[in-house]
Design a protein around this ligand. Structure first.
Ligand code: GDP
Ligand code: MG
Length: 306
């Protein structure tokens, strides 16, 4: 049976919600927005496994009112509460519960829906097991007597116990369809789009001087860090003179291109990006089939359907 559903991640600011989401979601959903319109709310990310699919809902403005003990919750956040099949409430395991946590627990209990209480940042308590146990007991009290809850300790930063969370969430989702195609946004697609953005910035800044003689190769696209994507890209040009133009006075041109491209990629992936650009001369690259293929560009004449 395939399970799927909508999940809202709740919790106070700074507990690690974004870090957790970025870690869980191998695919950034930003560029599949046409599909995302099938639901009413903004989608923050999708996790697909063999057993099911988790669609994370955005809950803007939910954590903020909690600081003021819930005097106000935005309509959108309330709607996310209603639409969610399940909640993930994230707390910082190194801190005891606060009034905000008690308040959000009440809101969740009122829905009757299942909640997974995530004690995040367990890595900060490595040598303080007693503290962790003490806080676990205090957090457990928030859902005492409420049958639809469980607790998972993990570290969004180190990745510890993350797969347990994914499995636990899917186990509690209803039977359902795959809302998003599994291959919606693959790493490969992100690479291609990043290359397209960089190429666009080159053309934008150099205009007719570098007409269509630049190719962008993504040498590495490293997502192993939780809060940073490292991209190494090479700009290939036909002639040495073009290399000079691309680099510009004291590197000013390549710097501008890099900044513009990085900012746009960051917006797309909703994450910090480190972008390194290199310029290399490769004569007649447009006629080099092997080279084109290595960039993921099929040579014009030999385009095969596979
Ligand atoms: P949010 O406000 O709930 O979205 O929290 P963020 O994801 O922005 O994280 C707040 C801070 O906590 C950042 O500096 C993170 O790097 C850090 N953080 C998040 N998860 C962990 C974790 O598991 N362990 C540690 N040590 N730090 C974490
Ligand atoms: Mg955040």
């Amino acid at each position: 049976m395939f399970r799927s559903g909508f999940v809202a991640i709740l919790g106070r600011p700074n507990v690690g919600k974004s870090t957790l989401l970025n870690r869980l979601v191998g695919q950034k959903i930003a560029i599949t927005s046409p599909v995302a319109q099938t639901t009413r709310h903004r989608i923050k990310g999708v996790v697909t496994t063999e057993k099911g699919q988790i669609v994370f809902l955005d809950t803007p403005g939910f954590s903020k009112p909690l600081d003021r003990l819930g005097n106000y919750i935005s309509d959108e956040s309330l709607a996310a509460l209603n639409e969610a099949d399940l909640f993930v409430l994230v707390v910082d395991a190194s801190q005891p519960p606060g009034k905000g946590d008690a308040w959000v627990a009440e809101q969740i209990k009122a829905t009757g829906k299942f909640v997974i209480l995530v004690l995040n940042k367990v890595d900060t308590l490595k040598n303080r097991q007693a503290k962790l146990i003490e806080h676990r007991l205090q957090y457990a009290k928030l859902f005492e007597g409420y049958p639809n809850s469980r607790m998972i300790s993990l570290s969004a930063k180190t990745g510890r116990n993350l797969s347990e969370l994914t499995e636990a969430v899917i186990r509690k989702l209803p039977e359902g369809p795959m809302y998003f195609p599994e291959e919606a946004v693959t790493d490969q697609r992100m690479r291609e789009i990043s290359a397209e953005i960089i190429r666009e910035k080159v053309l934008l800044n150099t205009r007719e001087e570098i007409p269509h003689s630049v190719a962008v190769g993504i040498e590495s696209f490293d997502e192993s860090q939780a809060d940073l994507i490292r991209i190494d890209a090479v700009l290939y040009v036909d002639q040495k003179s073009q290399k000079g133009i691309l680099i510009g006075q004291q590197g000013s041109m390549i710097k501008t291109i890099g900044i513009q491209a990085r900012e746009e990629i960051e917006e797309l992936v909703e994450q910090k990006v480190h972008l390194a650009l290199n310029v290399k001369v490769r004569e007649n690259w447009r006629k080099d089939a092997v080279f084109l293929k290595s960039l993921g560009l099929a040579p014009p004449a030999a385009k095969s359907p596979t």
